[in-house]
Design a protein around this ligand. Structure first.
Ligand SMILES: Cc1ncc(COP(=O)(O)O)c(C=O)c1O
Length: 451
């Protein structure tokens, strides 16, 4: 009988996060002050994050110990299973071996609690009373609300308008964990009011929701902000995924040839891929790492590599990243977690160093892949990782053509149990792939600050 699940014991769970910066040939460019254009120090982030997280943001240490209290919470669902997709392989008729690391077993249903828990923990340690945040898919809002409940923090979430409208059950789940949810853009902030004045039915974007959450947190010493992706400390926390997957693949004697992950801000991809990249840089594997973005929001494949704001209102320091321009409002595709105008500066740097590839995939191909996966492997994926699955299927079919027995590893970073309306839209023929016009890209790119 084939083995489907490769499991680790709780005692085998990694006790350190891995920081890729320590092993790169050059460090990523620093964030800059928007006025002076000189590198910002830790104090620029102090109104938003506690010092322990700022230290993790800038550390060059190779490993950071995971606090006991965080390990204890992780053990509610970690180590997460690694699956061999035997059924999908058979359906595709491919000689490739496909593995997926399933993060949907977490309380929120995705990889997001891997960083929500330590972020809530460090904020609680620093005496913070409330965290504010954005959420696109609703997964991050759920994760932070769960983590805040555990560490006795209040939580206020700006949910991107399109997601708030499409996914009422995500809002309810966030509220069930005790957080307050607002539709973004909202009338509660200057950033939101300005946008609504121009367009009252605005679908929102992650950039706008970030502006709102930052605007509320920054002036209040008892309130801090938590980001679900993009920044170095978030990617650091997610490396538990890849560290576990390394141990799991070693148990079955396989090494990946291709590692594929969807990329919104880049955290699930980095979490899976960076420990394997450490091994590659040390000559222990030769895996190709492939980021998959939605065709409607392709920051790596169609954006520029430039200093830009992390939010729409321009409240954050400037970060060197692949960006479509901080004013870019992606079409309201169903993969709400992938509707971000930029890409993590660390992923962007890795891409510039030639250590990662990127492709974009339209949403209908992604949902078709998600359904093929559900009908063979039994898990209904979140819309975001359906993009990675579409890319896995492309790779597996190429292996069928060439006869290559490649080992493909992907991050199945969340389930789609709250995304049934999106599947319904696909199944009833109401989902389409709108081409983004060259003019729209050009206009948004014009908002990237000239340095
Ligand atoms: C399930 C899921 N996958 C992927 C993403 C994209 O984020 P990232 O690229 O940081 O993993 C999100 C973001 O909300 C998400 O909820």
């Amino acid at each position: 009988m084939p083995q489907h699940k490769i499991l680790l014991d709780e005692s085998e769970m990694p006790t350190r996060w891995y920081n890729l910066v320590a092993d790169l040939p050059s460090p990523p460019p620093p964030p800059l002050h928007p006025g002076t254009h000189s590198p910002v120090g830790p104090e620029a982030f102090a109104p938003l994050f506690p010092m322990s997280l700022i230290e993790q943001e800038v550390t060059t240490e190779r490993y950071v110990d995971i606090p006991e209290a965080v390990l204890d919470v992780y053990k509610l669902w970690r180590p997460s299973p690694l699956y061999r997709a035997h059924n999908l392989e058979k359906a595709l008729g491919t000689p490739a071996r496909i593995y997926y690391k399933y993060e949907g077993v977490s309380p929120a249903g995705s990889h997001k609690p891997n960083t929500a828990v330590p972020q809530a923990y460090y904020n609680a340690q620093a005496g913070v009373k409330k965290l504010t945040t954005e959420t696109g898919a609703g997964q991050w809002g759920t994760a932070l609300a769960f983590a805040c409940a555990l560490f006795d923090l209040q939580c206020e979430v700006w949910q991107v308008g399109a997601s708030y409208d499409q996914k009422p059950y995500r809002r309810m789940m966030i509220e069930a964990f005790g957080a307050v949810v607002h539709r973004s853009p909202s009338m509660l902030t200057e950033a939101g009011r300005g946008i609504l004045a121009d367009r009252p039915d605005h679908p929102g974007s992650l950039g706008i929701a970030i502006s709102e959450a930052v605007e509320v947190a920054a002036p209040d010493p008892e309130v801090r902000y938590a980001l679900g992706s993009v920044l170095n400390h978030v990617l650091l926390h997610q490396t538990v995924i890849g560290e576990e997957a390394l141990l799991q693949l070693a148990k079955v004697g396989d090494t990946p040839d291709v590692i594929i992950g969807c990329a919104g801000g880049g955290s699930n991809l980095a979490g899976l891929a960076f420990p394997f990249l450490r091994e590659k840089l040390a000559g222990r594997n030769d895996a190709t790492i492939r980021a998959v973005e939605p065709a409607a929001c392709p920051s790596l494949t169609r954006g520029v590599y430039a200093y830009d704001f992390g939010d729409t209102a321009g409240l954050t320091p400037l970060m060197k990243m692949h960006t479509l321009g901080h004013d870019f409002v992606p079409d309201p595709i169903h993969a709400g977690g992938l509707r971000y105008h930029g890409m993590s500066p660390l992923i962007s740097h890795v891409y510039e160093l030639g250590l990662m590839e990127a492709i974009s995939v339209p949403q209908t191909e992604s949902f078709a892949a998600g359904l093929q996966f559900a009908r063979t492997e039994g898990i209904l994926p979140a819309p975001e990782p359906t993009h990675a699955l579409a890319a896995c299927i492309r790779e597996a079919l190429a292996c069928k053509e060439s006869g290559e027995e490649k080992v493909i590893l992907t991050a199945l970073c969340g389930h789609g149990h709250f995304d049934l309306a999106a599947y319904d839209a696909y199944l009833s023929g109401r989902m389409s792939d709108e081409e983004v016009s060259a003019d729209r890209f050009r206009e948004a790119l014009a908002t990237v600050p000239v340095m």
